[in-house]
Design a protein around this ligand. Sequence first.
Ligand SMILES: [Mg+2]
Length: 375
Amino acid sequence: MDMDAYFASVELLGREELHGKPVIVGGDPGFRSVVTSCTYEARKYGVHAGMPMTRALNLVPHAVILSGSFARYKTYSNRVFEVLLSFTPRMHPTSIDEAFMDLTGTPGSITDKALEIQSAVYEATSLWCTVGCGPNRLLAKMASNFYKPRGTGLLMPDDIVDLPVGAIWGIGPATSDKFKMFGIDTIGKLRSLTRGTMKSILGSGGEDIYRYARGIDDRPVEFFGHRTAPKSMGHEHTFSSDVSKPEEYMPALAMVCQKTGCRVRDGGWLGGVVTLKYRLRNMKRITRRKILASPTDQDQTILAAAEEMARQHIKEPIRLIGVNASHFVPSKTAQLSFFPERTVELNKVADKVRKRYGDKAMVSGRSLKYIQGKY
Ligand SMILES: [Mg+2]
């Protein structure tokens, strides 16, 4: 499901006088702003999202310019996603106006279902969307582009052979130009290339495109509320002059661990690996990592691991120190421990204090010298 000219359409709600006019949503043309969205009336003149505002105004001098109201876009977007959830819990929003739905096993015709979804969204919001269907995410996404605007429809692997190479989700203008040099302009012709040729043209990404050209895509639709864990979270501190003794770097290390712990808790994760990083006088960057006995979101546990590594490895002056937590699991689904870390309650209170009065309102004794600005 992809909303049609989303921001511009939300702006038009309740403003009958603007219907049928070229409307552009974007920043002040005096600055180097770009078009964020525009109505199909403006698109007829060649305006598109991402275009510099000044250029858009050259194309359509009489266009109506609106500056955009993000809070309203969010409100309507939530309403749309509520509607989609009433069709299936296996719904995954991928942007403010776009979501995948896995309707595997739904009785009846998928294209009838698409029409139903489209009218339910219109009922709830007076906004139009396009619902593209396919046996997987790739073809559904391509169908939503193909049938846009106000469309619904299905694309199967054999339906895409006459489409241009650039219709493949993930192939940008640069890549499609590359294929044009080889005389390949349609997906059908793309299929004539072997895996090996594809890889020699595109490198490691060639494997994916080889499969996408055939309409093959096995990425699942992740359910609503599913969150992809970040790769890592961390902080670092650059010293005003190089330091080498623990009493000199520990206050800063305690502080970066506090900030890291706060962020990890805030995100609802537990990190299984702590990485210490530091930079030597000659700018050489060194990292050391430690796998924890059990994943944590506690500053004190992160600090203990980081301190152990620091004392063991830092033997010469450093100019920067930092820490990273990684290998996350969601804290809610983590196994309940019979021996919860004893700092859990303390940190909960500290987080509340810091949210209200700032990062430095409550710190451990170890970072006192840091906030006093000594290091
Ligand atoms: Mg859209």
